[in-house]
Design a protein around this ligand. Structure first.
Ligand code: AVJ
Length: 327
């Protein structure tokens, strides 16, 4: 069976939980208080994100799926300028249900490539592996479980073939604009001439549309945020009282920053292991940024970080874009 997933786990489970504890305590001891969105994705959080994608308000996934379903040929043409074998590395692959359209297309075209999904969620990588085994049994797959840059460095070093990096789903939106500049510069240093990057950006649009995507009527996004407190309770022996914190999303249409917070509904404290964290009434924890862009901002991001834009593929509503960059 040439179909295999090798799990690359850097460090031990203990290191990961130590780092989680450090990040949580540092975040809650800083002002304003903050937590990192990468920690949303434990098993329950991953399931909740899948539920978010199914809410009528969360348009992002449908838009990018439209691109991958209906503009597959255009994407494939951009990323396979010649027949040389390549590695297709996907950051934050999730269940891969968008990229699968591209994988099917490339496989049918007899492109020679290895698919390398990277994800921080072990449970979703397993799910992806299983589904690929049945759908595309001849596809070569090598999975990497861990954080973006660490795993990307490993994946890039694993062969000297041409690299195509997929970074879909507007995951880049979870970075502040200056962080995304650093990220793209760092990504650039891992790549060589001929390599390509395909990044999904959520575009600025009617602010009501954006805000409601992060404020669904069924309350799944609120549960998604609160789940991180639940995870902290369980894994770091803390005692957050979940119904004393309320989800508050906001969108600034000028900067394009959509942010979500948890608001403490009363003055209270929480114990995390041996530490005590004090909350004022109405004090917030900054949970997540989901940055929105326009096409010019995307072009300058590429330019400022050493890339050249060679393609912009949008969905039919022009709400989302997959930008293709080369060095
Ligand atoms: C997975 C980071 C793209 O920011 O839109 C969805 C996560 N948070 N609803 C996003 C998320 C709240 C999502 N990303």
């Amino acid at each position: 069976d040439i179909h295999s997933i090798n799990r690359h786990i850097t460090g031990s489970k203990k290191d990961a939980s130590k780092k989680f504890e450090e990040d949580v305590l540092n975040g809650l001891l800083s002002s304003p208080k903050k937590l990192y969105p990468k920690y949303f994705y434990d098993e329950e959080g991953t399931a909740l994100f899948r539920k978010i994608m199914d809410t009528p308000e969360y348009y992002l996934t449908g838009c990018e799926l439209d691109i991958f379903k209906n503009k597959t040929a255009e994407l494939a043409k951009c990323i396979t300028p010649d027949v040389a074998p390549f590695d297709l590395i996907e950051l934050g692959a999730g269940d891969g249900f968008k990229s699968k359209h591209l994988l099917h297309y490339l496989s049918r075209a007899n492109a020679e490539f290895t698919y390398m999904p990277i994800d921080i969620s072990n449970s979703i990588l397993g799910f992806l592996r299983n589904s690929l085994q049945t759908e595309l049994p001849r596809l070569q797959v090598q999975g990497f479980e861990g954080e973006y840059m660490e795993m990307l460095t490993e994946a890039c070093a694993s062969s000297n073939r041409r690299k195509v990096i997929l970074f879909l789903g507007a995951n880049i939106g979870n970075m502040e604009v200056d962080e995304s500049i650093n990220f793209c510069r760092q990504l650039r240093t891992l790549l060589s001439p001929g390599d390509l990057v395909l990044i999904g950006f959520d575009l600025k649009k009617n602010p009501k549309t954006v805000l409601s995507a992060y404020n669904d009527k069924s309350g799944v996004t609120s549960m998604f945020n609160l789940n991180l407190l639940k995870r902290i309770n369980r894994e770091l022996l803390a005692n957050f009282v979940l119904d004393q914190y309320e989800h508050y999303p906001m969108y600034d249409p000028v900067s394009g920053s959509c942010r979500s917070f948890l608001v403490s509904l009363r003055s209270q404290h929480v114990n995390i292991g041996k530490q005590t964290i004090q909350f004022e009434k109405d004090e917030v924890i900054a949970m997540e940024i989901s940055q929105k862009y326009n096409l010019n901002e995307i072009r300058s991001l590429a330019k400022n970080t050493g890339f050249e834009t060679v393609g912009m593929v949008m969905d039919s509503q022009e709400w989302f874009v997959d930008a293709i960059w080369k060095i």
